[in-house]
Ligand binder design. Structure first.
Ligand code: ZN
Length: 165
């Protein structure tokens, strides 16, 4: 009996993937690890990739280019801000390139990257590190299955690279 299940909203999908940027830099890959399991339609992967997964069958291999608008967003100049060093914990060892977690006005977590330190002035980029980038995914669909009751009620996939709880 052949496996005719295809990717649709509410299905648990297991996939191998490779993510490279336009300059060829590989930023993420499941190679040599368990494939990634996620729940289709639950916004656990970037929108452009989730859209490209719809209707795919087990064994499908394909490449998709996800634009910033459907990936991690465009870069926003206003998201680069200069803050005072004393706004960081006293014992924080600040250096350029350091990433740290902060909260926005709505108490949502966001990641800041220190761009520059000049005296007491610390320039922080709050853009996602992949903002403004095309995301070049190479995908192989490994498994498509119905979620367990537990996965449905949790709203995410378990096992094979997914959260265990
Ligand atoms: Zn769970």
């Amino acid at each position: 009996m052949s496996d005719t299940r295809t990717v649709a909203s509410g299905m648990v999908v297991t996939m191998h993937y490779k993510l490279t940027l336009d300059d060829g830099q590989m930023v993420d890959s499941s190679e040599g690890q368990d494939p990634l399991a996620y729940l289709q339609g639950a916004q656990q992967i970037v929108p452009g990739l989730e859209k490209a997964m719809e209707g795919r069958a087990v064994g499908d291999k394909f490449d998709v280019i996800v634009t910033p608008a459907e990936g991690y967003g465009e870069r926003i100049d206003d998201a680069v801000q200069t803050v005072q060093r004393n706004q960081f914990p006293e014992d924080a060892e600040l250096r350029e390139g350091l990433q740290f977690q902060a909260m926005d006005q709505d108490e949502n977590p966001l990641i800041g990257t220190i761009q520059k330190i000049e005296g007491e002035a610390v320039t922080v980029d709050f853009n996602h590190v992949l903002a403004g980038q095309n995301l070049n995914f190479a995908v192989e669909v490994v498994e498509v299955r119905e979620p367990t009751d537990e996965e449905s009620s949790h709203g995410h996939a378990h096992g094979a690279g997914g959260p265990e709880q």
